[in-house]
Design a protein around this ligand. Structure first.
Ligand code: FAD
Length: 375
């Protein structure tokens, strides 16, 4: 699906050493090879190397680039997961590992601001509500949380202007991860984030402005305090629903329509951040049809572990997904619960993927090519 562009970059890691160079012809042997050294791939390289494996990471662009999904300032991390409560144990471990990584590198990676999940009370009982589902996850897993009235939330966090018919959950452990300090069954979608000028700077600093997920009818917005770049950062899940057929040709130009899509939420919910658009960036969401991750062995080549931990909410898991990938590559099993993320013909799109993998293997056999033993 993705064409290699020259040169190919490699990251070699063994124990605590790593070196980066352009790849030439190599006959070296490695214990494990990681293809794609973005967020999750670099975490897999880290975990494998920590366990003494000789690891090769192969990346089509330079290592730490802006043409994937993991670049560009910060990402939200939160524990009471409205997407599904069964992510919570993975998140607990992800927090531990982010903290450990932060201690090891002596640089701030995890900034706790608290987080808010707010949704209109009028959302139909049978529809998903980020408030109700996050509250359920918090209750099921005994997580710290507070239910606030909109008036209480607005008074406590003066950058917020939530309407009276909203329900609000506050989680003190929510926060953001600082990205620049780090380095089949899915479709790719264009997404845009914008930083809007603030008229009341005191409302948006990290002590007074928790990260948020806000559900307004069917639209979900997410955002951050004024931190690395001036302005309040806001994005909308799935933005203008624009499919990207060729990720190497993502349209990075920001249009008036992109700005308008975000500004409506700024005007309504954060009026003291309704200044000029200071900066905006386009990037990619890789979405599985059920928004669940895909983590499993390749159905036809079981020496290959596949991972797509994405759908717009995967970054916070990088620290633990690397651990899982290292487990699977080294021992074929993991103590983490990943059943819901495995390849399964009952999951949307997976039947087609399995058929495709089968056809590909049959073609290889027909053409007298042995199935590849690596990569
Ligand atoms: C705007 C935006 C906001 C987001 N907000 C959040 C958030 O707040 N919280 C959160 O948890 N998540 C968030 N996400 C999701 C999260 O960033 C992604 O899920 C995560 O970064 C995906 O990491 P990855 O390793 O799968 O992909 P990437 O980091 O893109 O890594 C894939 C790598 O594989 C390389 N590659 C691909 N094909 C090949 C090949 N054939 N050969 C060699 N290399 C190859 C690519 O070049 C790339 O470097 C957001 C995403 C976006 C775009």
């Amino acid at each position: 699906m993705c064409h290699l562009s020259k040169p190919l970059y490699r990251l070699e890691a063994s124990g605590h050493e790593d070196c980066r160079q352009e790849a030439g012809m190599s006959v070296e042997q490695f214990d494990a090879i990681v293809v794609g050294v973005g967020g999750h791939g670099s975490s897999a390289v880290y975990h494998l190397a920590k366990r003494g494996q000789k690891v090769l990471g192969i990346e089509q662009f330079e290592i730490a680039h802006d043409r994937g999904s993991s670049h560009g300032e910060s990402r939200i991390i939160r524990l009471a997961y409205h997407e599904n409560p069964d992510y919570v144990p993975l998140l607990v471990r992800a927090y531990e590992l982010w903290q450990k990584l932060q201690d090891e590198c002596g640089q701030e990676l995890l900034c706790v601001t608290g987080s808010v999940e707010a949704a209109s009370r009028n959302i139909d009982g049978k529809d998903k509500s980020v408030f109700r589902d996050a509250l359920l996850a918090a209750q099921m897993h005994g997580l710290q949380h507070e239910v606030l009235s909109p008036a209480e939330a607005n008074a406590r966090f003066p950058g917020y202007h939530l309407p009276p018919d909203y329900e609000v959950l506050y989680q003190p452990q929510g926060g953001l991860l600082l990205v620049p300090a780090l380095q089949a069954c899915a479709t790719v979608q264009r997404n845009v984030i914008g930083w809007f000028g603030i008229t009341e700077p005191g409302h948006f600093n990290k002590q007074r402005f928790p990260v948020y997920i806000l559900q307004d009818g069917h639209a979900h917005f997410y955002g951050f305090p004024n931190y690395e770049h001036p302005g309040m950062k806001i994005g909308k899940f799935y933005h203008l629903q624009q499919k990207v057929l060729d990720p190497s040709r993502l349209d990075r130009n920001i249009t008036a329509e992109d700005e308008e899509e975000l500004r409506v939420a700024v005007q309504d919910f954060f009026p003291t951040a309704n200044g000029p658009l200071l900066k905006a960036a386009a990037c990619m969401f890789t979405n599985t049809q059920d928004t669940r991750f895909v983590i499993d062995f390749h159905p036809a080549q079981p020496q290959v572990v596949l991972c797509s931990a994405c759908s717009g909410h995967g970054f916070k898991f990088c620290s633990v997904i690397g651990e899982i990938l290292a487990d699977l590559a080294m021992t074929s099993t993991t103590q983490h619960k990943i059943e819901a993320h495995r390849i399964n013909p009952d999951r949307p799109g997976h039947h087609e993927f399995l058929q495709c993998a089968k056809r590909h293997t049959e073609e290889q056999v027909k053409n007298h090519h042995a199935p590849a033993s690596h990569l």
